[in-house]
Design a protein around this ligand. Structure first.
Ligand code: FES
Length: 190
């Protein structure tokens, strides 16, 4: 029979070194718990990504890509602002239009080359539009005379607005080869 001192020593040993089988179980539980937390985190990330993608799709439906283009109709001031014999290029960049005034009329020419759509340059010294892409040349009237362009430049509708300004309407075009340059809205009498 153990003496009292040995019994106390035995109790202390048991308290200090817990049962080995209980320790292994705790570690396994801990590993399982951490694994579960990791999977939970992955699941949350996947859920958040899927939700984000879905919301993005919804937003794309309500806010689709919109191409902002300049308006088809615009005013260019009164006829007095345009000099006879001058090709006015101030509306070229924004509206793709040249304004030309001769002794009797003002007309609006499209800046789109009728070959493949490049923008010709106005060459004041040579008195012609010259396309940099394949060399087509156009007279001040818009008539083609050199290079591969198959037809003249197009003209836009031009009328006087109520406020005394010239109004250009690009939604209506006039083609020389179809006899449309005689239409009263293809030029403005001045
Ligand atoms: S696009 Fe102008 S000549 Fe070809």
């Amino acid at each position: 029979m153990p003496v009292e001192g040995e019994q106390e020593l035995q109790v202390k040993k048991e308290q200090k070194s817990p049962n080995a089988s209980i320790g292994e179980g705790s570690i396994k539980e801990e590993v399982k718990r951490r694994s579960f937390i990791s999977w939970l985190a992955v699941a949350w990330v996947a859920f958040a990504a899927a939700t984000g993608g879905f919301l993005t799709m919804i937003l794309r439906i309500f806010f689709p890509n919109v191409l902002f283009e300049p308006p088809q109709s615009f005013k260019i001031g009164p006829p007095e602002e345009y000099e006879i014999g001058i090709v006015d290029i101030r509306w070229q960049a924004k509206f793709g239009t040249w304004i030309i005034r001769d002794s009797e009329t003002i007309y609006a020419l499209s800046t789109v080359c009728t070959h493949l759509g490049c923008t010709p340059n106005w060459l004041e010294n040579e008195n012609k539009f010259k396309c940099p892409c394949h060399g087509s040349g156009f007279r001040k009237t818009g008539i083609n005379f050199e290079g591969p362009a198959p037809r003249p430049l197009e003209r836009y509708r031009i009328v006087m607005a109520d406020d005394g300004q010239i109004l250009i309407d690009k939604s209506r075009k006039f083609q020389y080869e179809k006899g449309q340059w005689s239409d009263p809205e293809s030029f403005l009498m001045v």
